[in-house]
Ligand binder design. Structure first.
Ligand code: ADP
Length: 253
């Protein structure tokens, strides 16, 4: 098993005349929390979209868990264990929190007509999924609102629900798009503490886009900095805060 969970090699992506990603390479160690930062328009979302299969790069490669996944459709990448959460959570507002977590489970045999005939298997699997949903909600401290309608929960709880949904498919790696955006600092720290727990207890690998650097830098192991479609710096949080290139980028924002 390689110690690299994700490798991006010389990726280029253009939109018409705009070069959104220009020869981007990065290498992420298994079981680490890595941050992807940079000013608006620097290419972070485009890179997430290339990794998650939403966009095919014009050039370059993406390797996940030792497999070349370049150009794979998003569903196939998701099933391989690379799961993305969104800045604006994609939850079903007409369902309860619990139902939202349940429906995110992968491979529910109840979905298949033939397997649904084998009711005992289906029922055992249902119990297993239900237990997993409960454990996940407990882990992220949203179990007490399990029966609440998702439309009625707070923005921070919505973030936690989105992460819970991501965890139901047993991912090997999470791509987290601003997991702490729009929530108060206490909850933001709590979200990052949960993420750290996932890393420590399950060896989860994570790549995180986040603008709140003061909070982010307390938790991540490594940081990549983007500017104008390129990776311009990388290192530990300590190295990054002292890097003159990074300071200049942020001062110029
Ligand atoms: P960030 O996430 O760092 O804010 P983006 O990846 O969203 O940056 O954007 C990088 C550049 O690519 C920007 O100049 C943006 O305008 C451009 N871009 C992103 N997506 C598209 C698109 N679908 N069509 C055209 N241009 C795009």
């Amino acid at each position: 098993m390689s110690d690299k969970i994700l490798e991006v090699e010389h990726v280029r992506k253009t939109f018409g005349g705009v070069v959104a990603l220009d020869d981007v390479s990065m290498s992420i160690e298994r079981g680490t929390m890595t941050a992807l930062i940079g000013p608006n328009g620097s290419g972070k979302t485009t890179l997430f979209n290339v990794i998650a299969g939403v966009y095919k790069p014009d050039r370059g490669k993406v390797l996940f868990d030792g497999t070349d996944i370049t150009g794979w459709p998003p569903e196939k990448i998701y099933h391989k264990g690379l799961v993305r959460t969104f800045q604006i959570p994609k939850v079903f507002k007409g369902m309860t929190v619990y139902e939202n977590v349940l429906t995110a489970a992968r491979g529910n045999p109840g979905e298949s007509f033939f397997k649904s005939l084998l009711r005992h298997i289906w029922r055992n699997k249902e119990i297993e999924i239900s237990n997993k949903a409960i454990d996940t909600m407990k882990l992220l401290k949203i179990f007490h609102i399990a029966r609440n309608m998702s439309a009625a929960i707070s923005g921070g709880q919505m973030k936690l629900l989105e992460i819970s949904r991501g965890l139901m498919s047993d991912p090997k790696m999470l791509l987290l798009d601003e997991p702490a955006a729009g929530v108060n600092p206490t909850l933001a720290h709590q979200i990052f503490q949960f993420l750290r727990k996932l890393r420590e207890e399950q060896g989860m690998s994570m790549l995180i886009i986040e603008h709140r650097l003061d909070i982010l830098f307390d938790y991540v192991d490594y940081v990549y900095v983007m500017s104008r479609g390129r990776i311009v710096a990388e290192g530990t949080p300590q190295e990054i805060v002292e890097n003159p290139v990074v300071i200049e980028i942020y001062l110029g924002e």
